[in-house]
Design a protein around this ligand. Sequence first.
Ligand code: 0SF
Length: 448
Amino acid sequence: MLAVMLLSLALLGSTCACSTSTSYEAGIVCRIAKSALLVLNQETAKVLQTAFQRASYPDIKGERSMMLLGRVTYGLHKLNIEQSVDFEIESAIDLQINTQLTCDSGSVRTNAPDCSISFHKLLLHLQGEREPGWIKQLFTNIISFTLKLVLKGQVCKEINVISNIMADFVQTRAANILSDGDIGVDISLTRSPVITATYLESHHKGHFIYKNISEVRLLPSFSPTLLGDTRMLYFWFSEQVLDSLAKVAFQDGRLQLNLAEAELRAVLETWHFNPNREIIPELFSGLLTSPGRITVHCPRRPTISCQNKGVVVSSPVVIEFLFPHKDGQDSVAHTFEEDLVATIQASYSKKKLFLSLVDFQIKPKTTSNMAESSKSVQSFLQLVISTVGIPEVMSRLEVALTTLMNSKGLDLFDIINPEIITRDGFLLLQMDFGFPEHLLVDFLQSLS
Ligand code: 0SF
C-alpha cells in the first residue's frame, strides 16, 4: 500500500511588486484563495498515487563490491508500483513541488522545475522471497540510493504530465460550462496567472463567440483590489461580458416568447391576475371562434449594465396580439412597443438560481390601432406587464438558467454560502466549496 504521510504543494509565482495601481486586461477573472488551495492540497495525495502508478520505470542494473560477498551485480526489471507487487513504499514520503503556472496559447501550463521527493523508508518485496532476511536487507541498502533517484525523476516527470492534463481538462470543462448551442465564451488567458501569498488568479478574455465568430471588443480593466481573499473562490465578470451575453442571446433568437391564448390565461391565473372577461377578446380583435396567441420579442438588442443596486437590463419590447385568419396566416390585432428597464438582483441557494426585481420602469412607445384600443386596453397592458409579464419572464429565466447550469454539472459541486454581488461596472460571485472528491477520483481513474 502506498501511504503518503506528508505532502505539500507550493505554488511559485512571478512575484510582482504589487502596487495598488496595478490593473489587468480581462473580461472575466477567477481568484482561488489560499484556503481553497489548502483543500485542494489534501487531494494531491491521490494525484501523487496516480503519478506513481502511471510512471514508467526503467530497468536498473548495477555493480557493487561488498565486504563479504565480493563483487555483486544486480538488476531490477519490470518495476512498477501497485499494491503488494514488486515493491512497496511504506509510510512516509515528503513531496515538495514548487509549481510554476504560465500561459501558453491562452491556456494554463504547469511546470515543476524543482520537484523533490524524499522517501523515509523504502521497503522492497522481491519476487520469490517470502521471509525478509538479511540478504534482502543488504540488497535494499545497495540499491536504495539508485532506486530513489530513478523514482524521483520519473514521478516528478509524471506529476508534471498529470498537472498539465488537469489544466487542459479544466480549460475544456470551463469552456463547455460557458457554452450553449451556437454561443460560447473565449476563456483564453490574457497573461500568466498571478500568484501571491494569499491567492492564485487567472485573467480571461471573456469575449463571446457566436457561430464560431468571436466578438471584437476592447478588454475591460480589472483591479485586483476589487477581490478579497477570505472566501475560497471568486469570479469577477465585467459588465461588458453581461452586455455581450444580452447581445448574443438576442442574436440567437432566445429573447422571444409565444403563448397561445389558453396559455396566456393560465399565466395570468398563476400570478393571480383576474382580468375582466371582455378584455382579452377585445385584445384579440373581438369575439372569435378560434383562439388567438400572443408574441413578445425584442425589436432591438437589450443592454445590460451593472450598478451597486443590481443588474440593470434595458430592453425594448414588442407585444403582439394575433388572431388566426381564414387563409391560415395570423393577423395582428394589436401591437404595443414599450421600453422596459428592470433592475435585478440574483442569489443562489439549494442548487437553484433566484432572481428578484429591485426596480422597474416602463415607458410606452408606440401603439398600433391606437384609435381602436380603448384606454382600458392600454392600462390593462401596463398592469399585465408589471404584475404578470416581468415576474413570469424572471421565473422562466430562473428555471432556464438553473437547468442550464445543472446540465453543466454545477449541482455536483458543494457550493457553500454563495454571494452574487453587483457593483458599478462588474458582477462578482464569491463562495466557499466542499471539494467533490469523487470527481477527482473519477478523473484520475480515467488516466490510469
Ligand atoms: C467555470 C468557471 C470559469 C472558468 C474559466 C473562465 C471563467 C469561468 Cl466563470 O476558465 C478557466 C480556464 C482555466 N482555468 C481556470 N478557469 N481556473 C479557474 C477555475 C476555478 C474554479 C473551477 C474551475 C476553474 O473549473 C471548473 C471546471 F470547469 F473544471 F472546475 F469549474 C483555474 C485557474 C488556475 F488556477 F489554473 F490558474 O484559475
